[in-house]
Design a protein around this ligand. Structure first.
Ligand code: NAD
Length: 326
């Protein structure tokens, strides 16, 4: 059985590639390097069980022939990041919709399974915190740039379930809540590497609004344990699961912690929301209910957000101060 990973050069995709190679799977890694980086895969680039294909996932003629019956396609390729999504609404939408269709078509034709990375953003402004899989979904108003991401992910979920229910393609839909860890980049608006970079440079850490938004930060290692538990559980296929850290923190507490552990002189700067986060489109509280995956597989996260922050801090500090380390 092969594992085919779209978005394999990205933050999560590269971590998944490395983990599955450790488990001795043969991997086909697909990426167009739009936000991913060759560096992420460099530790395994010469691994005999890894085949890397540089292409758009939509271009299934370039990779579909690698898929065979029983393989799992992990579909992680997507346009991500608040800033990128806001400035590329149309490309985000078409990239995410067309990519999913290509994956499901290949899976159907070649009798593969599909693991799809959806997002907690599909819960939108739902008041029922913590969010459970049975809660209603909601999106922003359609003329706000960020809606392209969340609406495309909702549509992707519907496509997955249609292919499962009508065409017999086994699918798992995972709703990811803020996965963090080594290798995550700040360029597209990810909060933890952005704060750490500011703290290490002595720049202010910018908080939007009152900074009391809550988030649960799940270490990518915990995320990978959840993925492996789900794909190994026959009853998991054909359903939707939250994966995330259910112990949350406020963005203000996160910023204060980063300043403290990095011995930084940076200050907190409270500002109004930037255009891509204005008004009702900022999701205030985001916490997963993880009872469903826990009941099925026994999984729950074991790494605290503080430990995850410390890991990323050590990595970023080593990059910016190669001879010195925290
Ligand atoms: N990191 C999180 O906290 C989080 C939260 C919710 C959902 N997700 C989902 O998990 C997946 C991975 O996210 P990530 O944080 O690793 O982001 P990432 O940007 O690091 O990874 C996405 C990868 O997809 C590639 N890609 C994009 N469009 C492509 C295309 N058309 N063809 C081929 N490759 C393409 C990019 O180059 C990149 O390597 C995404 O689908 C994202 O929506 C992530």
């Amino acid at each position: 059985m092969k594992m085919i990973i779209t978005g394999a050069a990205g933050f999560i995709g590269s971590n998944l590639t490395k983990e599955l190679l450790k488990l001795d799977y043969e991997i086909v890694a697909i990426d167009n390097f739009s936000t991913g980086s060759a560096d992420n895969l460099s530790p395994v680039k010469d691994h005999p069980k890894l085949t890397t294909i540089t292409c758009n996932v939509q271009d299934h003629a370039s990779w579909g022939d690698k898929a065979a019956e029983g393989d799992i396609i992990f579909h992680l390729a997507a346009t991500v990041g608040v800033k990128k999504v806001f400035s590329n609404s149309h490309d985000t939408f078409t990239n995410n919709l067309d990519g999913m269709t290509a994956v499901l078509e290949v899976a159907h034709k070649k009798k593969c399974k599909v693991f799809f990375a959806s997002t907690s953003e599909v819960y939108g402004q739902s008041k029922g915190v913590p969010f459970a899989e049975t809660d209603p979904l909601s999106a922003y108003t359609t003329n706000e740039g960020r809606s392209a991401y969340v609406i495309s992910k909702m549509a992707n979920e519907v496509s997955c379930l249609n292919y499962h229910n009508l065409k017999g393609v086994p699918v798992i839909i995972a709703r990811l809540f803020n996965v963090i860890g080594r290798g995550q980049r700040k360029e597209f608006g990810m909060v933890v590497p952005t704060f750490i970079d500011a703290a290490l440079s002595g720049n202010p850490l910018t908080l939007y609004g009152d900074g009391l938004q809550t988030r649960g930060f799940c270490n990518v290692k915990d995320f990978l344990t959840a993925v492996i538990a789900l794909i190994q559980e026959p009853k998991a296929w054909g359903d939707v699961y939250n994966i995330g850290q259910n112990i949350t923190t406020t963005i203000e507490e996160l910023a204060g912690y980063i300043i403290k552990v990095s011995n930084s002189k940076s200050e907190l700067l409270y500002t109004k929301l930037p255009p891509e986060r204005i008004g009702k489109i900022e999701i205030y509280s985001r916490q997963p209910n993880i009872e469903k995956i826990r009941a099925l597989t026994g999984w729950s996260p074991i790494i605290s957000w503080q430990t995850s922050v410390n890991e990323i801090l050590t990595e970023l500090h080593a990059k910016s101060h190669p001879v010195d380390s925290i």
